[in-house]
Design a protein around this ligand. Structure first.
Ligand code: UDP
Length: 240
């Protein structure tokens, strides 16, 4: 099985290696391809937000970000061994860009964060051409952001505005970005620069990353309130 449908939202049954291969192919083809990292909050939002559902449906890839999505996809016969999150994707993606000569642009997060991550990625991959800008999803920032992306001549763009702002932003500007691949990565830059600690591996494997995030960032409680509803809905939906 190549894809699952979780409460109507597509999730591609790909692990990290196959995902990197597909993104490399997208970059070779030219664009534009949206890559979404789908977690249970995405699935629940898509139930009531038709525009967000439409944008997810238009994506070239919908990656399984989070154990809640891997669990639901496995119930339908998806042979997924792991989650493929934005945080885990960025370093191997940077290595692939360096190897293939693709130019990478990091957009979003608080001022200085994307720049710091760019420096780290450059250190690990000396031939990597990477640029960064904190920017923002507001239309007033659009012109400057587009100018920087065009000047850099990027093929791959990572957007860290949080969901659904980043996916809607990519969709709105899809024909003006000039990149082959645009990936919404949420809070990944904050994790990779150590600003927000990541849950230990055992918690992530046990599907408890949400609990770790909740303890560290209690304001997430409102967004997470949908998680039990998600579990009940998945359990009561047909297996395939
Ligand atoms: N962010 C931003 N501009 C905005 C709002 C948010 O750059 O106008 C950034 C914020 O700094 C953070 C990321 O978007 O780095 C959102 O992180 P969060 O963990 O909330 O996203 P999620 O992964 O939950 O979608």
């Amino acid at each position: 099985m190549t894809e699952a449908r979780i409460l109507g939202v597509r999730v591609d049954c790909l692990g990290m290696g196959a995902t990197l291969g597909r993104i490399e192919q997208f970059a070779d083809e030219g664009g534009i391809h949206l890559v979404a990292t789908v977690n249970p909050e995405f699935v629940m939002r898509a139930q009531r937000d038709r525009e967000f559902a439409r944008v997810l449906e238009s994506a070239g890839l919908c990656l399984p970000d989070g154990m809640g999505v891997v669990w639901a996809a496995r119930r339908q016969g998806c042979a997924l061994r792991e989650t493929v999150s934005g945080v885990d994707l960025i370093q191997p993606l940077a290595a692939m860009c360096a190897r293939r000569g693709f130019r990478l642009f990091l957009l979003g997060a608080a001022p200085g964060v994307a720049g710091e991550l760019a420096a780290t990625l450059r250190l690990a991959n000396p031939t990597l051409e990477v640029a960064s800008h904190s920017g923002g999803p507001e239309p007033a920032q659009e012109a400057e952001t587009l100018k920087l992306i065009h000047e850099h001549g990027s093929q791959l763009l990572l957007v860290a505005f949080g969901a659904p702002a980043q996916e809607l932003w990519i969709d709105r500007l899809r024909n003006r970005l000039g990149v082959a691949v645009a990936i919404g990565v949420g809070g990944a830059f904050d994790f990779l620069t150590g600003r927000v600690p990541r849950a230990p591996a055992w918690m992530r494997k046990a599907g408890l990353e949400w609990l770790f995030r909740l303890v560290r960032q209690p304001w997430r409680i409102r967004r997470m309130a949908v998680l039990p509803i998600y579990a009940v809905k998945v359990l009561s939906s047909a297996k395939s």
